[in-house]
Write a protein that binds this ligand. Structure first.
Ligand SMILES: [Zn+2]
Ligand SMILES: [Zn+2]
Ligand SMILES: [Zn+2]
Ligand SMILES: [Zn+2]
Length: 584
């Protein structure tokens, strides 16, 4: 039996604990215990994940070298193929195979392979008229939407599935005609809402389920014609709603402010969860025996440190973006029936694959890139089963004796994910900036690369301040303009300073009745990220002081829990039992 052990993180030098069950897991998948703490491990993977920073660069797959849309900045010394050519049989990935060299650290050799190996411009399969969608499967007539699955006419959204005619969504599923929503599912024409399910024709809702025609409400279940949590008659609701010009920008700003106060006065469940058993984390659905996990949906079991996971079993440090898999460790963007996938990115339907990127339907790979239907390869070189089984333990041994040392002096033996300094992306191009934001100075101080946005890229033709307040007064020609962002690049790195409205987007705004935005997409996305709680947990206790609750003495519930609401935040946090008694 293992005992829990206190370790000091190689990277941040903070303490972290490895529990007995963690040791069991590491033993099961045959890896040594980690030397980075869970948060540093998550950030290290996120440094390799670029969902939405897109560029134009030359297509290395064609003699015309035409411009393609890609996640790789043109300054990165890489070979980039358009997706269609990348997926074709016109080139041979095994031809790039290299003999393992025992006089150089493994990660150095992998980087050499990576630098000459063709990268796919972005991940976008079954796309129709959706060139600007990345990590996208099955998208139609969509624009600037990433980490998505089955979308149509969906714009400026991230981490969404089964969406139609919508814009500005973050973690939304099975919804239509929605705008500016966060953590919502099964909604129709719901705008400016957070943590809602099964709602229709509603605005400014927080934690509402099954509501139709509601406005500015919190913690409601199966209600209609409520405004600011007041039950109105159908006629009165219609009258008050008609009195609001929801296409006016100043009206929406005023309503946002009022809604913020309503949100603060609402009840807050210690964690946003549906069908969850014995688990800790936030935004969990269908999750059993999982600890420290965030943004799960589907069927997730017996795992730890998951992020954005669907049907995962017996896995640690998996995400963002893991679909169907078992025994996954230090993996992101993986699934479709993967088994024992370790230290991988975009490895699908594969078994026993380690330290590999972009491999599909493979087994027994180590240090490979871009292989399909292959077995027993190391650094893309083909071996026989016997040769592979003989060589692999020697390589693992070599990784431990001749380890990669990064420029900060951190040591990467077998069992560590790829060093973030080898990433093809700068910190602020990746999802690390989404979930663990840093200023440029902080990022550079921690040894990350940073990419400044180019200035004077756009010739602004209209200032956001000069747009008509109401959509009704906006000219049909607005899609021809380049609009300045109200933040004018002064808010942080993600502001691009200017933006355009596409024709499709214009038609959508008209249809759902919203004003033209005044902020660029980067600023709008950042604003939504600030609304979600961080991917961190604090030990706190229930703040309920109700007199009539069955589960505690008058005025004092003391149930303790792990919550993503940091101590000192203004929200009143309830335990599950107290919340259930008040809300259902
Ligand atoms: Zn750490
Ligand atoms: Zn901006
Ligand atoms: Zn309580
Ligand atoms: Zn209570």
């Amino acid at each position: 039996m293992y005992k829990s052990e206190n370790k000091i993180c190689q990277n941040c030098k903070q303490d972290f604990i490895i529990e007995p069950e963690d040791f069991n897991f590491y033993e099961k998948i045959k890896v040594p215990p980690p030397t980075f703490c869970p948060e540093c491990r998550t950030i290290r993977r996120l440094c390799w994940r670029n969902e939405m920073s897109l560029y134009k660069r030359k297509n290395d797959a064609s003699s015309h070298h035409e411009d393609i849309i890609t996640i790789y900045h043109p300054d990165e010394k890489l070979v980039v193929y358009d997706i269609k050519y990348w997926w074709s049989d016109s080139w041979d990935a095994v031809a790039y195979g290299k003999e393992y060299n025992f006089s150089k650290p493994f990660f150095e050799q992998w980087k050499e392979l990576r630098d000459i190996f063709p990268q796919q411009s972005l991940s976008n399969s079954k796309a129709v008229n959706s060139d600007y969608c990345n990590v996208a499967e099955d998208s139609k007539d969509s624009y600037m939407t990433s980490a998505c699955f089955i979308i149509e006419k969906t714009f400026y959204s991230n981490r969404v599935s089964e969406i139609k005619d919508s814009s500005d969504l973050y973690v939304v599923h099975r919804s239509e005609l929605c705008y500016d929503d966060i953590f919502c599912s099964d909604c129709y024409h719901v705008l400016y809402s957070l943590n809602c399910k099964n709602c229709v024709d509603s605005y400014f809702l927080y934690d509402c389920h099954g509501c139709i025609n509601c406005f500015g409400c919190t913690n409601l279940r199966n209600k209609s014609y409520c405004m600011w949590n007041e039950q109105l008659s159908k006629e009165e609701y219609a009258k008050r709603l008609a009195g609001l010009d929801l296409t006016s920008y100043s009206t929406i700003l005023r309503l946002h402010k009022k809604f913020k106060e309503f949100y603060l006065n609402a009840l807050h469940r210690f964690t946003n969860q549906i069908k969850v058993v014995n688990s800790t984390g936030d935004n969990l659905e269908g999750t059993k025996n999982c600890q420290n996990s965030f943004d799960t949906a589907g069927q997730v079991e017996d795992s730890k440190y998951l992020h954005w996971a669907l049907r995962i079993k017996d896995s640690y440090d998996a995400g963002p973006g893991v679909g169907i898999g078992e025994l996954m460790y230090e993996v992101f963007d993986g699934g479709l029936g993967s088994f024992r996938s370790l230290f991988t990115n975009v490895v699908y339907s594969s078994k026993n694959v380690e330290y590999s990127f972009y491999c599909f339907n493979c087994s027994n790979l180590f240090g490979c890139i871009g292989l399909r239907n292959k077995n027993y390869c190391i650094l893309n070189k083909q071996y026989s089963k016997e040769e592979y089984e003989k060589l692999l333990p020697k390589i693992i041994e070599h990784m431990n004796t001749m380890s990669y040392v990064d420029k900060k002096g951190l040591i990467y033996k077998y069992g560590e994910f790829f060093p973030s300094e080898l990433s093809t992306f700068c910190y602020n191009e990746t999802q690390a900036q989404d979930y663990f934001p840093l200023t440029k100075d902080e990022a550079l101080k921690r040894g990350y690369r940073w990419r400044d946005k180019k200035t004077n890229e756009y010739q602004i033709t209209i200032q956001a301040e000069d747009l008509p307040d109401s959509f009704k007064d906006v000219q049909e020609s607005i899609p021809k303009e380049i609009i300045s962002c109200l933040h004018n690049r002064e808010c942080g790195d993600r502001c691009s300073g200017a933006f355009r409205i596409t024709e499709d987007e214009f038609r959508l705004y008209k249809r759902i009745g919203v004003p033209i935005p005044r902020l660029c997409f980067g600023c709008r996305h950042d604003a939504r990220l600030k609304v979600r709680n961080p991917m961190k947990l604090w030990h706190r206790s229930c703040m309920c002081d109700k007199e009539n609750h069955a589960n505690h003495a008058a005025g004092n519930c003391e149930v303790e829990f792990e919550t993503s609401y940091a101590p000192g935040r203004p929200e009143v946090i309830y335990c599950e039992k107290c919340y259930q008694q008040e809300v259902y």
